[in-house]
Design a protein around this ligand. Structure first.
Ligand code: UDX
Length: 431
């Protein structure tokens, strides 16, 4: 095999927000001449787009996906099953040269060591999130060894001062998952055969990337989302069954007139939060396309009220296609990292309504650092009221400055992944 025909085994958790970027990374590696096997757990994928050079493999995870303790459970059965998989693909004549693993799967690095192949952590969140993890858990001077006052702030090089409530909670030592991130950092810090791939780009997060690159072999190769419409995409459990309907509906709307509302693949909004967003949109008279995955009887009122032409509610959509549609003027989002990047690549301004995980930090970056949107302020019960929604929507839909920032970020993203751009160079250097 020539260098470019190396065989990468990419191991991902079976969740939408992990599988989407893993699939996109796989296609990038293939375009650069590599051969890739994407491995996830059985039942992990509903759709598996055929891509020349890409094969899919599945391993057993004890059937506990999404249930409490899943990350610990998969660690018990994963290594044995992954080793079997390595033997299977080697017997098929495709010996694995390199293992890439998503977050929460640090045990894959151990399997790589046993098999004498190098490995890379594919960090599916921002460079900022990685940098916080690194500065908390690095062996030399990790902030976790200092007295943490959770009512205070955290200073991480290259980032605005973070309140502890803005730090991704799973990175803090008070959360059981933090041990997994600590392990990730230990592995990539100590092992010279260990690398980190980031779904970000130098222009966007230069300071965070620089703040870790002294001691970590890190390559920012994003944004991995191409921005092409009709991009093939994988799906874990969701079906894009309303596609014809929402695309036709969008086609009939004026340019930049529709507010797209979606909270990713995991967040479940409280009924009163849905109601406040809905009322805000109705009172402003904005058109909207809204993804509500878990529609129940509670949403009957909402559906009835959107029976006119003003709004459309779907259970799922091809988000990249929607964000690249000319009719979309704004994205009301929880600011999951994939959604944040997809919005940025689509040049769509955001109203951030962060709920959990890394979302508060992402929304803060959107408002304070990148200027491509605003962060809605929740009341003391954690709900963003209709007046606040209206304030944010009017600001974002009307601001020329935010629009300019969106256009700039979009063009910088395109430049990063184009031939000779920073992410393109980084990917080639990694290969
Ligand atoms: C989770 C965390 O919640 C998030 O904070 C973290 O950054 C990544 O892991 P999730 O909440 O699912 O992710 O959000 P996000 O990262 O935005 O990923 C959702 C993915 O589902 C996106 O790629 C989006 O394009 C896709 N999606 C969502 C669709 O394709 N269609 C939809 O209707 C909704």
């Amino acid at each position: 095999m020539t260098m470019n025909h190396r065989h990468f085994l990419l191991v991902s958790l079976p969740f939408q927000s992990h599988i989407n970027p893993a699939f996109r990374l796989a296609t990038k590696l293939i375009r650069a001449g590599a051969q890739v096997t994407l491995a996830t757990t059985v039942d992990g994928l509903k759709t598996r787009p055929a891509v020349p050079g890409l094969s899919y493999h599945f391993f057993f995870d004890d059937g506990a996906a999404g249930k409490p303790g899943y990350i610990q459970k998969i660690k018990l059965v994963g290594p044995t099953n992954l080793k079997k998989l390595l033997v299977t693909v080697a017997n098929e004549g495709h010996k694995v040269d390199f293992l890439i693993y998503g977050i929460c799967l640090p045990w894959v690095a151990e399997v790589a060591r046993e098999h004498h192949v190098p490995s890379a952590l594919f960090y599916i969140q921002s460079a900022a999130s990685f940098s916080v993890a690194y500065h908390l858990y690095k062996t030399d001077g990790g902030l976790v060894n200092t007295d943490i006052d959770y009512t205070g702030t955290l200073k991480v090089p290259g980032l605005p001062l973070l309140k502890y409530s803005e730090v991704p909670p799973f990175l803090l030592p008070t959360d059981p998952l933090a041990l997994v991130f600590q392990e990730h950092i230990e592995i990539v810090e100590k092992d010279p055969n260990s690398f980190v791939l980031l779904n970000s780009f130098n222009y966007l997060e230069e300071e965070s990337i620089e703040a870790v690159s002294d001691r970590i072999n890190i390559f920012s190769v994003g944004p991995l989302v191409s921005g092409e419409t009709e991009e093939p995409y994988v799906s874990d459990t969701f079906q894009d069954s309303d596609r014809g309907t929402y695309l036709r509906w969008l086609d009939s709307k004026p340019e930049k007139s529709v507010v797209y509302v979606s909270f990713g693949s995991l967040v479940k909004l409280q009924k009163n939060q849905r109601e406040e967003i809905f009322q805000g949109l109705i009172e402003l008279g904005y058109l909207f396309l809204w993804v509500i995955r878990d529609q129940g009887e509670d949403d009957e009122d909402l559906r009835c009220s959107t029976a006119g032409d003003g709004g459309l509610i779907v259970r799922w959509c091809s988000q990249v296609d929607v964000l690249n549609h000319v009719a979309i003027g704004c994205f009301v989002s929880h600011c999951g990292w994939n959604s944040t990047l997809e919005s940025l690549v689509g040049g769509v301004p955001m109203v951030g309504c962060p709920q959990n995980a890394d979302q508060k930090m992402n929304a803060k970056m959107v408002e304070e650092v990148w200027g491509n949107g605003v962060k809605a302020v929740a009341d003391c019960g954690g709900v963003v009221g209709r007046e606040e929604i209206k304030r944010c929507l009017e600001l974002v839909m009307g601001s020329e400055e935010i629009k300019r920032n969106c256009e700039k970020l979009k063009s910088m993203a395109m430049e990063a992944v184009a031939e000779g751009g920073s992410s393109h160079r980084n990917l080639n250097q990694f290969l």
